[in-house]
Design a protein around this ligand. Structure first.
Ligand code: SF4
Ligand code: SF4
Length: 341
């Protein structure tokens, strides 16, 4: 498999990476086998987060014997120095390594979150210290908000940016990725399969192959999925006219229902947790059912507060009919709970 340079980190990573969410659904040994299979198939870049259940531990176990051949990335949701320091310690232990290649501040949802992590006593301070102590090599961040991500890039404090990127969510290519490239940052594409909502892997990865400086990290949970995706990298081919037409059809079908979790619609005066509620559809496909239910619980309850004022619709740059999609998502959630709860 080809490699790409992850911006100013200088790390060379396989052009296809691995995202660590879906393996939380698997038993320990099965997950370890899937991760090993990824390594044996040429994947050398593994990304996870310490909030993803036992994902770090499974990856650590699978890759311990080949640690020097892989690039390990993880993240913390902590916003303060104490929390982030503690998380770096957990991650080192879980991943069975003395040094983590890339440690990211997870999900900088808006400017407040960015300001919080960069303030004195914020999580960035912990990562800078861990870097000085040789516990991590580089500091990055992930986000779903383009404006905040651009601001974070421009601080010059981060070596990488991780953002959702696929043929439905392609806006980052217009401005964010250009800024990141100007700053010589590594670019990591999360949700290359739309968080499990896009079924045509061939279209997804052929689209991504048009961006050779972007490292996709699909969530993988089965050996067959690894084989299918790796094959698309072994025999790349450009998108055909028929592919483009199919992508357009999928875009128009999903277009007004696909939440980018950018948070531009927030806050809602009635306390509806819009992006968190919208995320349930993707959670339900990628997480253990009980974890998906638990993570969505508060957001689903908040839907009852919606008074259909439609203010959020005006703020959503993607034209989502938010109250209607929320109702559909709640119905899906209730069915899911009946089935799995
Ligand atoms: S329509 Fe519902 S979710 Fe949207 S702003 Fe109004 S109350 Fe909040
Ligand atoms: S509903 Fe619209 S504005 Fe709100 S998070 Fe989703 S895409 Fe962004």
């Amino acid at each position: 498999m080809k490699t790409l340079r992850l911006g100013k980190t200088g790390l060379m990573v396989s052009e296809l990476g691995f995202g660590g969410i879906p393996i939380i659904r698997l038993g320990f040994e099965d997950a370890v086998e899937v991760v090993r299979h990824c390594f044996e198939s040429g994947i050398r870049f593994f990304d996870t987060a310490n909030v993803y259940g036992d994902s770090e531990r499974k990856i650590g176990q699978a890759l311990e014997s080949v640690r020097d051949k892989v690039v390990l990335a993880t993240k913390t949701l902590a916003r303060d120095v104490e929390g982030a320091t503690e998380h770096v310690g957990y991650s080192l232990e879980n991943l069975k390594t003395r040094c983590i290649d890339l440690y990211q501040l997870h999900n900088l949802i808006n400017d407040d979150a960015l300001n919080q992590v960069l303030a004195p006593g914020g999580a960035y301070e912990a990562l800078a210290r861990a870097k000085a102590d040789g516990k991590i090599r580089f500091i990055g961040f992930s986000s779903h908000n383009i404006a905040t991500a651009i601001r974070a890039c421009r601080t010059g404090l981060f070596s990488t940016v991780q953002f959702p990127f696929n043929f439905i969510e392609h806006d980052p290519a217009d401005d964010l990725f250009k800024v990141a490239a100007e700053m010589d940052m590594g670019i990591i594409a999360m949700k290359p399969l739309g968080g499990g909502l896009l079924e045509r892997a061939d279209l997804c990865f052929r689209f991504l192959q048009k961006f050779p400086n972007v490292a996709p990290i699909p969530g993988i949970q089965a050996k067959e999925e690894v084989d299918q995706i790796v094959e698309l990298y072994r025999s790349p081919r450009p998108l055909s006219e028929a592919d483009l037409a199919e992508m357009e059809t999928i875009r128009s079908q999903l277009g007004t229902k696909f939440c980018h979790r950018c948070e531009y619609c927030m806050p809602c005066d009635k306390g509806v947790l819009i992006p968190q509620a919208m995320a349930f559809r993707s959670f339900s496909r990628r997480m253990v059912p009980q974890a998906a239910i638990m993570m969505a619980d508060a957001a689903m309850e908040s839907i009852a507060n919606c008074e259909d004022c439609r203010e959020c619709i005006e703020k959503c740059p993607y034209g989502l009919e938010i109250p209607e999609v929320l109702k559909e998502t709640l119905a899906l959630y209730n069915d899911f709970v009946k089935q799995h709860g």
